[in-house]
Design a protein around this ligand. Structure first.
Ligand code: 48N
Length: 300
């Protein structure tokens, strides 16, 4: 196969895409199309910083790409494909706590009626009556993640931490969450080791925070509401009670401060609701409810 001139866009037209047969190519000495290093860097730089520029003003920012944040993003992006949805995830690897079921065991339990969502995104499961079991939590999370990332109106900025909220005060002294303050996570974790490393901002009329229950970076927005004087104190997540916890989280998903919706386990820290342990139906239901809350706010 003659080398492709570097100026040409090397993308085999769909009709030519055939199964790779490395042995066939290998006979003549396996070759890639030639490239200059600068082309690789510029391909990344152009796209990444264009996205940052374009998403400096988003319609909805979702903080946290765990099961609640991703379920919310999926439902919002499919329901309202015109919305510019920007997901900020502190870890390099999105997915939060949904890569395993519980105690490092891999199957994932999802109580009905949340199994409807599995059928919607095409994840197979075993039906156990009151609940279903996905053979590996990573099957759920990777499928959901792939669907969310394939949506043209969704952008994921991972390895990026929300390190503050933008809170505007109007002339009547009313406060509203109006965006997020971000930094690359490695920068956010090293403010004490380097001189000032000022952050970036993303403004949006609706922020949905899904940063999980308490932990090094967890319950971020709930805690910030307290330190910013918008919430008197945290309710603090209570002990495990599956039957109380799951409906409380789904039914409690709401706009907790003007412009800020809490979803998933972050809500348990805000409200003081119970935890449910290794069952994930409420994360799906809460994420979907948060999407509806966001639409309600945007449409009013
Ligand atoms: O998976 P999590 O932690 O949070 P949820 O609410 O999506 O799902 C919770 C669920 O996994 C459980 O905890 C289960 C049901 N167990 C309950 C129980 O009883 O123990 O995802 C939160 C995501 C993570 O990926 C974090 O990295 C990210 O949020 N994150 C942030 N991203 C950006 N900026 C931040 N400040 C930040 N803080 C957390």
């Amino acid at each position: 196969m003659a080398p492709v001139a570097t100026s040409e866009k090397y993308a085999a037209p769909a009709s030519d895409v055939q199964k790779y047969n490395i042995l066939e190519d290998y006979q003549g000495g396996y070759r890639f199309a030639p490239i200059e290093e600068a082309q690789v860097s510029r391909a990344m730089i152009k796209r990444y910083f264009n996205t940052m520029y374009e998403r400096a003003v988003s319609d909805v920012v979702i903080v946290g790409a765990g099961s609640a944040g991703l379920s919310c993003a999926y439902h919002l992006a499919t329901t309202r494909p015109e919305l510019k949805i920007t997901i900020i995830e502190a870890s390099v690897a999105p997915g939060g706590g949904a890569w395993l079921g519980g105690q490092l065991m891999t199957p994932m339990v999802i109580r009905k009626p949340a199994d409807r969502f599995l059928r919607e995104i095409g994840v197979k499961y075993e039906d156990e009556g009151a609940f279903v079991v996905v053979k590996h939590a990573a099957l759920f999370t990777s499928t959901l993640l792939s669907k969310v990332l394939a949506m043209p109106n969704v952008v994921l900025m991972n390895a990026t931490a929300v390190e503050d909220l933008i809170i505007h005060t109007d002339f009547e002294d009313k406060q509203r969450v109006a965006g997020v303050v971000t930094n690359w996570t490695l920068v956010a974790l090293n403010h004490d080791t380097q001189s000032c490393m000022d952050p970036n901002t993303i403004t949006a009329p609706v922020i949905i925070s899904a940063t999980g229950h308490d932990g090094p970076m967890g319950a971020f927005s709930a805690k910030r509401l307290v330190s910013a004087g918008l919430l008197k104190e945290l309710g603090n997540m209570r002990g495990l009670d599956m039957n109380r916890a799951e409906p409380a989280i789904v039914n409690g998903t709401r706009e907790v401060a003007p412009g800020l919706i809490l979803t998933g386990m972050e809500l348990s820290e805000h409200d003081g609701s119970n935890r449910m342990g290794p069952t994930f139906g409420a994360m799906i239901g809460s994420g979907i409810k948060a999407a509806h809350e966001a639409i309600r706010i945007l449409d009013n």
